[in-house]
Design a protein around this ligand. Structure first.
Ligand code: GLU
Length: 382
């Protein structure tokens, strides 16, 4: 019954692992769930209040398809001020989650057979979104060291249309340096590529600074920045994201939005607006908590002989399992013997083969318990 297109697609490994965790939890198992990148904090109170007000006022209907003007304007202001792009609200489209923005972008710019360069490892849904839109992913290794210009050159062809970046990175935890981004930007300009820059973790940084590649000379006109409210404001369930791109692209995306989801949820849009307009202290508080967790995890893992590069951003520890079996085997042992759920690295690309991703968007209490259990398992494996 299914289309050929769908046969090219795999289910989402992050969501599959979260589902396994949930099922085991429901069956009363003492599971520690480090699968999903979903902040465990409550959505800040003032954001919830704004949503309640929106409900009371009766903002419960369709909004304009691209999003309510106030929110698009506020996003444009934020992007201008923080990311140094020269844009108006015409460049902004508000979507039900950043994922939808990614799909609309792919559907708007890719034709059957177009190639897309992905840095390996990459978050699970990029590859599938490329394939769904008829494109073909080309992988360039970028694990624990900067991407090499020669590798980019080796991956490019006359059919290459797009390059995908995600900094701060999920699952790698790295933040691209300005120098590395400049090199990638030069490459994109030389080969006339569209760049999808997924900046959803831009605020979740540990001592590094976020610079959008779209702000480099010659880049704004070829870059679509993807962002959203799920991670920095702990608003995963509100389904609210956005894209900032040249108007030709946002207009293209809008057609798809009109014919698919119509608009992002109205109440969530007003909640997001409150998030942007209010103090950002809530974000700082969450980030400082993430940093404490990161410090504990990296120290504990390294002390027990598991290598893990210190994440500079986002909330994932990408743990090298070499010497302890491959990623799938290690994931299974963690699950069966320690009741811990992580995501196997190969879900993110070939380069992740000997890694597992541990999301530390989980409480410190469960992290401490998790580290004890992993230590026990690792000393037993030794
Ligand atoms: N982005 C998060 C993750 O990587 C949420 C799940 C998903 O969208 O894949 O875990």
């Amino acid at each position: 019954m299914l289309s050929k297109r769908l046969s090219r697609i795999e289910e989402s490994a992050t969501i599959r692992m979260a589902h396994i965790a949930k099922q085991l939890q429901d069956n009363g198992k003492g599971i520690l769930n480090f699968s999903l990148g979903e902040p465990d904090f409550k959505t800040p109170e003032h954001i919830c209040e704004a949503a309640k007000q929106a409900l009371d006022i009766g903002y419960t209907h369709y909004t304009s398809s691209a999003g309510v003007d106030e929110l698009r304007e506020e996003i444009a202001k934020k992007i201008h001020k923080e990311n140094k792009l020269d844009i108006t609200m015409e460049n902004v489209i508000v979507t039900p989650g950043a994922k939808q923005a990614i799909y609309e972008l792919m559907m708007s710019v890719l034709d059957e057979g177009d190639e897309v360069i992905l840095l390996d490892p990459a978050w699970v849904s990029f590859e599938q979104a490329v394939k769904l839109a008829g494109g073909s992913p080309k992988w360039v290794k970028r694990v624990e060291e900067a991407v090499k210009y020669e590798s980019l050159e080796a991956a490019v062809s006359d059919n290459t249309k797009m390059l995908i970046l995600n900094s701060p990175n999920n699952p790698g935890g790295y933040v691209l340096s300005e120098r590395e981004q400049r090199e990638i930007a030069d490459f994109a300009i030389e080969h006339d590529l569209i760049v999808l820059s997924d900046e959803i973790y831009e605020k979740i940084l540990y001592g590094r600074k976020h610079v959008s590649i779209a702000s480099f000379d010659g880049m704004q006109e070829r870059t679509a920045v993807i962002n959203g409210f799920s991670k920095e404001y702990a608003m995963t369930g509100w389904r609210i994201g956005y894209a900032v791109a040249p108007t030709e692209i946002t207009k293209g995306m809008l057609k798809i939005q009109q014919h698919s989801v119509t608009c992002a949820p109205s109440i969530s849009q007003f909640a997001a607006l409150a998030g942007l307009r209010s103090s950002q202290n809530c974000v700082q508080e969450m980030v400082s908590e993430f940093k404490k967790r990161r410090d504990v995890i990296v120290k504990r893992l390294n002390d027990m002989g598991l290598q893990c590069v210190n994440p500079e951003g986002a909330f994932y520890a990408f743990i090298n399992t070499s010497g302890h079996g491959g990623d799938v085997e290690f994931t299974e042992r963690l699950l069966k013997e320690a009741y811990i759920v992580v995501t196997p690295g190969s879900a993110f690309g070939l380069a992740g083969k000997n890694y597992v991703r541990l999301s530390f968007a989980a409480s410190m209490e469960s992290i401490l318990e998790g580290m004890d259990r992993i230590e026990k398992l690792v000393s037993y494996l030794r």
